[in-house]
Design a protein around this ligand. Structure first.
Ligand SMILES: [Zn+2]
Length: 346
């Protein structure tokens, strides 16, 4: 395993999309609410993770006749519990289904909270590949974090001893948040999906049909989307979200094809894994265009014999900077990933 790959495994998904301290306190959000619940249709919501909870994914909340289906469980059980409390404001029904869209830590590590709160008849659903990824990559990563985080906290403590003013307060908050997260990882037994499928799984109720679909490899090799055909709503995890695509575990050429397949679905609203609710297919088309452009430019440069360094200097994706939030922080990583895929190093 190459060093960069290790780095990507240690810092995947949400973290790579965002800048700034992980656990910064924001005085604008003094309440305990971690999410903003946005209604997409009757009984369908997007729980948008608030900015100060940077390591949490969003969740989609879908109310069925006999219970609630939740898409994604954030980075830790306490965040999932906070969401469970919050959805009591819109439904009194129990949670029956949880869907993990993919294996990244900020989308599944809260799984354990759901069987703790609903021990009877709860199903945690994912693609068969995502379950394998959680077992083979996700769980070892948690064990690594339990070793790594105390050292990270110690380094922050040393820096705090020398820091003053805002930086000192920032570090104190970061240490507190990291310690809390570490305590949760240590005290929770990770829960993996108990119901898997290869291509699709549908839940039929009188008033609502839910289709959970694997449409091809993309952001990871196991992403699923959750589609409500009648409501024309799709929850997409990180296969399509509001910021830059994170490509560390992706299959970029297939991702473009998977986006094209998703584009053919009849939907009007996207509930993404990060960022706000999206209307229409503009974001999907923008990502498809960006990924196609990226892979085309890098392929051309590689075929002319360009090194990675030359490719990083020559690729021009600046037209996306104003259109995709988080562009600057992610573009170099994306070019590097593209180069490694094209040169068969990945
Ligand atoms: Zn992800």
């Amino acid at each position: 395993m190459r060093p960069l790959r290790m780095f990507l495994l240690i810092l995947p998904a949400g973290l790579m999309l965002l800048t700034g301290p992980l656990f910064a306190a924001d005085p604008l959000f003094a309440s305990d609410q971690l999410f903003d619940l946005k209604k997409a249709a009757d009984g369908v919501y997007l729980a948008v993770a608030r900015p100060q909870t940077k390591i949490n994914s969003n969740a989609a909340v879908i109310v069925l006749e006999d219970g609630v289906l939740i898409v994604d469980t954030h980075s830790k059980p306490s965040a999932a519990r906070a969401l469970m409390e919050q959805i009591k404001t819109v439904t009194s029904k129990p949670v029956r289904y949880v869907v993990d869209t993919h294996f990244h830590w900020d989308h599944y590590q809260g799984n354990a909270a759901y069987p703790q709160s609903y021990p009877e008849g709860l199903e945690i659903i994912s693609s068969a590949q995502t379950r394998r990824n959680i077992v083979n990559i996700g769980l070892p990563r948690i064990r690594n974090e339990i070793v790594r985080l105390p050292k990270a906290i110690e380094t922050m403590r040393q820096e705090m001893a020398r820091a003053t003013g805002d930086r000192r307060r920032e570090l104190a908050e970061e240490i507190r948040g990291t310690q809390q997260y570490l305590d949760e990882l240590k005290s929770t037994e990770a829960v993996v999906p108990n119901l898997t499928f290869e291509n699709s799984l549908s839940i039929y109720r009188k008033d609502r049909t839910v289709q959970i679909l694997f449409m091809g490899r993309a952001h990871t090799d196991g992403d699923v989307i959750v589609y409500l055909p009648r409501e024309k709503i799709v929850a997409t995890g990180d296969l399509l979200q509001g910021k830059m695509p994170y490509m560390g575990d992706s299959h970029p050429f297939e991702w473009i094809r998977t986006l094209a397949a998703l584009e053919k679905l009849d939907f009007e609203t996207v509930l993404p894994g990060h960022g706000d609710l999206l209307k229409g297919k503009q974001r999907l088309r923008l990502w498809k265009e960006y990924l196609t452009d990226l892979m085309r430019q890098v392929s051309e440069l590689y075929s002319q014999g360009a090194t990675l360094e030359e490719t990083l200097r020559s690729v021009d994706l600046s037209s996306y900077e104003s259109r995709i939030p988080g562009f600057r922080g992610s573009v170099a990583g994306n070019i590097e990933k593209a180069y490694r895929v094209i040169s068969f190093e990945d």
